[in-house]
Design a protein around this ligand. Sequence first.
Ligand SMILES: CC(C)(COP(=O)(O)OP(=O)(O)OC[C@H]1O[C@@H](n2cnc3c(N)ncnc32)[C@H](O)[C@@H]1OP(=O)(O)O)[C@@H](O)C(=O)NCCC(=O)NCCS
Length: 186
Amino acid sequence: MEPLPEHLEHDGLVLRRWTEADAALVGDLVAANIEHLRPYMPWIEHEPLTIEARRALQRGWDEVWSAGGDVMLGVFEDGVPVGSSGLHRRIGEGGLEIGYWVHVDHLGKGIARRASSGLTSLAFTVPGIDRVEIHHDLTNVRSRRIPEQLGFHLIGRSKEPRTPQAPADTGVDLVWRMTRHAWLAR
Ligand SMILES: CC(C)(COP(=O)(O)OP(=O)(O)OC[C@H]1O[C@@H](n2cnc3c(N)ncnc32)[C@H](O)[C@@H]1OP(=O)(O)O)[C@@H](O)C(=O)NCCC(=O)NCCS
């Protein structure tokens, strides 16, 4: 499979793929956001990683991306890293799921909405992709506003509840979907 796109400029934001060379930058970004991310991001319990562990993690992401898998992207505004986002192949053939988190000092500026809007358009440039989804925990009301604002359709709750993996996680996700047709027609 061709690698997913690794660069996007959209509505005042630059999104570019995180690479191993960004290990220190990502480390600082995560370190400044540990308590902000703890409620809903299960991976945060392993933070802060050592720089060696983060380099290894990022090398793993590089390999996955090179093989056509998920792309993990830094989100920058005016050259400042303000969050992290990604396109994930975990929702089956023909689909990509958007994931995001935003730096606690930059909330409420539409960063997640703008990044997700750009990523939705980008996803539909990928051959074979005809649906984009956003999944979030039932109680994550700030996250819910992103697909709502972008006109995604609420498909419903995830069929199989997950074991809750983070302190505020209920184990039940809401699933929002945008089709290629609806996005291009909006
Ligand atoms: C969810 C998250 C990514 C939203 O990022 P953001 O860039 O602030 O979002 P946006 O500015 O695009 O706006 C989203 C909504 O949240 C609201 N919001 C954002 N920050 C807020 C704050 N500090 N207080 C109250 N509301 C806030 C916005 O006003 C907007 O709602 P509106 O459309 O009704 O005005 C961010 O809160 C975050 O990183 N949360 C922790 C990680 C997480 O939960 N990720 C998503 C997992 S599915």
